[in-house]
Ligand binder design. Structure first.
Ligand code: B12
Ligand code: SF4
Length: 382
């Protein structure tokens, strides 16, 4: 069988196993990406979550000897939550971004790529491949763009004509010389909605992100959240979708094609108060299946505290005082103190004053002072 027929068979098989879009790319060096990565590195715009050296990330042949082609896949995920529970006074809820809905997409895509590999293994003696989803060296977006999965938007996302940008991406380098597909001929045109609506100015220009300022990144850090982002998080617990939500290419896009990716409303929009006191085991049991749990419990709890501050949720004052007084983690104690100041009941301020005398961690004391400053700011404005 020729490679042309085999490519057709792979495309047919991919449909049978629920791959929503497939494309083929060459293993040529990603030269434009290489200079882009160097520029990002020099500017300090990377997140630190990227894997491998710039050479490994842009030269597929370094990653697998005998590499001849890359098969790129995309899986569409839902954008709307059916039966979303309401976040109301006294019972506030936080939000996980759409890329964390359902079972961790890394497993879902990896399983599809493994099936594809087994299929090719049976067809071809000596077949070799290297699959990747998110955590590999290659830029999944650059591969997808070259393979004709979609175009690269000003919001940085790969936007498919069929499913908008709500697609997960994965790929496998193979030793089969499949013919490459053509990139999608579309683009953003004059639109700049994502850039205009980014709350932190992280999209410094079309297609260029300062990851350090991106709320999606900020939600995943483990230390104290820098002050300038605290009011920007809203009720977001993990990730951020604004640059996709405002995109006209995503208008009306909401695909529910995979059972595994269906969101559980209680998990993706969870109650905030129970999150504050959850044990590691409880967190793993409830949230462990989601991709949004990969950084552990602490950033989610820190963000939950900030969400309660955002709502000025007075019913949280008692639980936050407990955290400020008893939690062993300075980030949690300090963020709770700041949130208490922001909520601003007399009980909250008294508790911060009392705790400050006993606190030994300098950073936490600093947060307590910031919390107390809300009080003087309120008094001055009276
Ligand atoms: C690090 C990382 C992040 C970082 C940095 C994101 C970024 N824009 O670089 C943070 C934590 C902020 C992040 C956030 C998100 N991420 Co992320 N992330 C990654 C990761 C691991 C590496 C990305 C990377 O190397 N970026 C470096 C930049 C420079 O390159 P790139 O974006 O990969 O490639 C494009 C640019 O280089 C551009 N480019 C190259 N040269 C030039 C030159 C010019 C002139 C221009 C204009 C552009 C340009 O073209 C390339 C193709 O589009 C990938 C997985 C992977 N291994 O690729 C997932 C990945 C990009 N993330 C993904 C997702 C879903 C998200 C979020 C939507 C999650 C969320 N809801 O919070 C947000 C979106 C934020 C955004 N607007 O980009 C998906 C994207 C799917 C898609 N349809 O595009 C990926 C591919 C994971 C996956 N396998 O599905 N992410
Ligand atoms: S919002 Fe507009 S500029 Fe941004 S990615 Fe979508 S089409 Fe492109």
């Amino acid at each position: 069988m020729g490679y042309k027929e085999l490519k057709q068979e792979v495309i047919e098989y991919s449909k049978q196993i629920g791959i929503d879009k497939i494309g083929f790319a060459s293993v040529d060096e990603f030269a434009e990406l290489k200079s882009r990565l160097k520029l990002q590195e020099q500017s300090g715009f990377q997140s630190g979550f990227e894997k491998g050296s710039i050479e490994e990330r842009t030269e597929p042949t370094r990653l697998m000897p005998g590499a001849e082609s890359i098969i790129a896949i995309a899986i569409a995920y839902p954008s709307r939550l059916k039966n979303a529970p309401k976040s109301v006074k006294g019972d506030r809820r936080g939000m996980f971004c759409r890329a964390s809905w359902g079972i961790d997409y890394h497993h879902v895509l990896r399983e599809k790529l493994d099936k594809l590999a087994s299929f090719l293994n049976e067809k071809l003696e000596g077949f070799e491949c290297k699959p990747m989803v998110d955590t590999g060296e290659l830029s999944d977006r650059a591969v997808a763009e070259r393979a004709g999965i979609g175009f690269s938007g000003k919001n940085c996302a790969i936007i498919t004509p069929e499913f908008g940008s709500y697609v997960y991406l994965g790929e496998m380098i193979t030793n089969i010389p499949f013919s490459p597909d053509q990139p999608v001929d579309d683009g953003c045109g004059e639109c700049t909605k994502c850039i205009d609506n980014c709350p932190t100015g992280a999209l410094v220009e079309g297609g260029r992100l300062n990851a350090q300022k991106c709320i999606a990144f900020v939600t995943q850090t483990k230390g104290f959240l820098p002050d300038e982002y605290r009011d920007k998080l809203g009720n977001q617990l993990y990730g951020f979708d604004t640059c996709q939500v405002v995109c006209p290419k995503n208008k009306g896009v909401d695909f529910h094609l995979h059972e595994e990716l269906e969101p559980d409303p209680e998990l993706v929009k969870p109650r905030l108060l129970p999150l504050l006191t959850m044990s590691n085991r409880e967190f793993k049991e409830s949230f462990g299946v989601m991709s949004g749990s990969w950084r552990g419990k602490k950033p989610i709890q820190r963000n939950a505290i900030l969400a309660l501050a955002h709502y000025k949720e007075e019913s949280a004052v008692g639980p936050l005082i407990d955290l400020m007084n008893k939690d062993p983690r300075p980030v949690i104690r300090g963020t709770a103190a700041w949130a208490l100041g922001k909520i601003g009941t007399p009980e909250a301020y008294q508790a911060i004053e009392a705790a400050k005398g006993k606190e030994t961690d300098e950073e936490v004391v600093l947060e307590m002072d910031k919390g107390l400053k809300f009080q003087s700011a309120t008094n001055t404005s009276l």
